[in-house]
Design a protein around this ligand. Structure first.
Ligand SMILES: *[C@@H]1O[C@H](CO)[C@@H](O)[C@H](O)[C@H]1NC(C)=O
Length: 321
């Protein structure tokens, strides 16, 4: 890596998802709808939590932060993917590609840590309800958030440090619609096996590790509740159901990419769509569906938004006419 045979590849070409015009149209409608819906759903959730004093509790603040991360998740790859659908040559610059990898890993790492923090929050709420507010103090919440973003950042920088100086001498075609390490690293022309292994191990370790921490904490919660009362169990289960669904949806594709990196291309392309488009859309829905308090608050926030608009309309009419 002394710069002699340095990258001659200055851009990458995506193969995209489909060549048929009808399929492209269907995908375009589908992706745009889910993208807009997830922007709206997550923004509404953040707005509701921050504007409603009833929802000023650690659980909802963590949830609002998850929505903030989801805005990032859905915006890293989807807008470019939607924009690229009807383009003949879907290119991305070398630095654009590195930037996508960087943000995917910062956001992915932060989301994993935040999900663990949310599981811990549920553990305290269900198993130690009397100490909930002292344990989940604002300081603890803030330090969870700081560590989520710090761990995401460190994870991402470490990953990129390995690959950013690799020589790329072609080919430059990625059979995908966004840049991520498993495909990217196969294109470098050194073929250093351990490097590929290190990168996959890093991402694989963090995703499989967090997944197991989460599963173990849900098991601990369920076992603890079951010992105390069986009536409490169904209540705890119903409040955990959203968490478990989100965790499985979010981690499934990740573990698949990194644990079986050489798997069949079509499956992982479509799983990637899942993480890029569907999970960020489903999160706010899954967490509000079974939560009466949240539903009522969202409804109130919606009504307020509408009436603000009406008021501002009236004011602007008065002003102009
Ligand atoms: C994230 O959580 C913190 C504190 O727990 C809160 O002050 C902040 O508003 C939350 N962020 C968002 C985007 O809701």
């Amino acid at each position: 890596m002394d710069g002699t045979n340095h990258s001659v590849v200055s851009e990458f070409v995506f193969l995209g998802l489909s060549n048929s015009w009808e399929k492209k149209l269907v995908l375009f409608v589908f992706f745009s709808m889910f993208y807009v819906a997830s922007l709206m759903g997550n923004s509404l959730l953040m707005l509701t939590v921050n504007s409603d004093p009833h929802l000023h509790s650690p659980m909802y603040f963590l949830l609002a932060n998850l929505s903030f991360i989801d805005l990032g998740v859905s915006s890293v790859a989807s807008p470019k993917m939607i924009y690229d659908l009807f383009r003949k040559r879907k290119v991305i610059s070398f630095s654009g590609c590195i930037a996508q990898i960087f943000f995917i890993h910062v956001i992915g790492g932060a989301e994993m840590v935040l999900l663990i923090a949310m599981a811990f929050d549920r553990y305290v709420a269900i198993c130690k309800p009397l100490h909930y507010l002292t344990i989940m103090s604002p300081q603890i919440c803030i330090s969870f958030l700081l560590s989520a973003w710090t761990i995401g950042l460190i994870h991402s920088v470490v990953q990129l440090a390995f690959v950013v100086n690799l020589p790329f001498c072609g080919p430059n075609v990625l059979d995908s619609f966004y840049c991520d390490l498993p495909r990217f690293i196969k294109l470098d022309c050194t073929d250093i096996y351990w490097l590929e292994f290190m990168v996959m191990a890093n991402s694989g370790f963090i995703s499989v590790g967090s997944f197991f921490i989460l599963i173990i904490s849900y098991i601990v919660i369920i076992v603890t509740v079951q010992k105390h009362s069986s009536a409490g169990l169904s209540k705890a289960l119903s409040s955990l159901l959203a968490h478990i669904t989100v965790v499985v949806l979010f981690f499934g594709p990740f573990i698949f990419f990194y644990a079986w990196p050489s798997s069949s291309t079509h499956v992982d392309k479509f799983l990637a769509i899942f993480d890029a488009v569907l999970t960020p859309f489903l999160n706010p829905i899954l967490y509000t569906l079974r939560n009466q308090e949240m539903k009522v608050a969202m409804w109130r926030a919606c009504r307020q938004l509408v009436s603000y608009r009406k008021i501002s309309e009236i004011v602007s009419r008065l002003f102009y006419f």
